[in-house]
Design a binder for this molecule. Sequence first.
Ligand code: ADP
Length: 477
Amino acid sequence: MKVVFVSSEIYPFAKTGGLADIAGALPVKITKHGIRTFAFMPLYKTVDTEKFGIKPINVKLDVYLNGRSYTFEVYKLIDGVSYFFLKNDELFGRDYLYGTPEGDYPDNDVRFGAFSYAVMEFIKNEGLNPDIIHVNDWQTSLIPVLTYYKYGWHDVKTVLTIHNLAYQGIFDKYSIERLNLGWDLFHMEALEFYDKVNFLKGGIVFSTAVTTVSPTYAKEILTPEYGYGLDGLLRKYENKLFGIINGIDYDVWNPETDKHIYKNYCSFTLQNKDINKEMFLKETGLKDKSKPLFIFIGRFAKQKGIDLIIDSIDDLSKLPINLAILGSGDKGYNDFFESIKGKYENIFVKVGYDEPLSRKMYASADFLTMPSLFEPCGLNQMIAMRYGTLVVARKTGGLNDTVKDISEKDGYGIVFEKPEKHEFLNAISRAVELYKNKTTFEDLRKKVMELDFSIESTAAKYIKLYENIKYSREVKL
Ligand code: ADP
């Protein structure tokens, strides 16, 4: 079987969030199962071609849209997976992937539209003949549309994975012309969305199968509350919608080998996790090792429950805990967290994206908090548990599928229902109580380290889908 896998970000080459983690790990794992995999992403300015040994291959792709032509140069890296990086500096040689902190780049339709056409041209010119084209999120959602509508490859199966329904790629209606598509696509059953063009909608309509990243989120997005205006459409296509839980790469996230943490450990040497905590407190100026250390790592976006943290910050500063916050995102949130730096003795803040620091935090913490309003899957909680850190999470999406409250049989985390301040603070207090019971706490640490959240089982489910894909609910995953 041959699979073309397309993503706007792939770890370790470029990453803004969980999409990159999955797009990094999944092609590697399916390749190990004997599937020939060709992975594509844009060559951003931020990709370190030298470090990774990414080289040009003297292939050029010309695509015509926006009333002119764009040329892409092809770069390649073979490392089990065949990676192709498509380079056009006018479109992708920018400081950020999708936009600045002030907002999205206004020509994102042309940027990712041109990239999508370029991928199609490469597949055609090189005669790749894939069985499956697997695309991810709105940035590459035009590919199933092009596959069916422009290139007429009706026997190539397309899979769209929705990592976050809140981001749909919505542009003014003349995007149809800029993208060199026909106005016959501009209707409610195809790309039109309230008189605008919606990339993700096109992907949902034209793909052979649609997946999202957890079983709970697959149900949630069928409701108006979580559907972001597409719940009706998703209900219509429910028979081709599947929830496949993401996983993490256990080689990339491993406290036994992680080079960034202070001291390596495993579930039998948990005393070394405490050394990490000690060193981290020293480095960040936090005091009193006997207090539980809570961390938050993530994008500063409404989705992540940042308002709950902000509203609770005074209360959190008065609890017998330490709290370390790492994140960046919306300007208003960045400004808030910058403004409280050094204000509270027990709260450390870093605004920015810092993977080495995030690893130290996962290794040092007692608890990770994820008060998300919605969470398609969430990887942080899986990484945390792999590092023996218990999770305090809101019961939603992938968090609901991966964190089980200690009040339930075989539970190992702390879960709260409503995204409200008193419920959040109550959950934190329950964690503080749990921490006091050393034996239970240690047992749970061991237990979460031994749970399986690896991408291996995710990959097995995708392979099963690739093999059985049809417009039918008969496929059992
Ligand atoms: P998202 O909605 O952002 O995709 P996920 O939980 O799926 O959320 O994935 C988040 C990933 O990004 C995790 O690997 C997490 O460690 C990482 N991450 C998020 N913010 C930061 C940050 N500020 N610094 C370092 N890593 C981060």
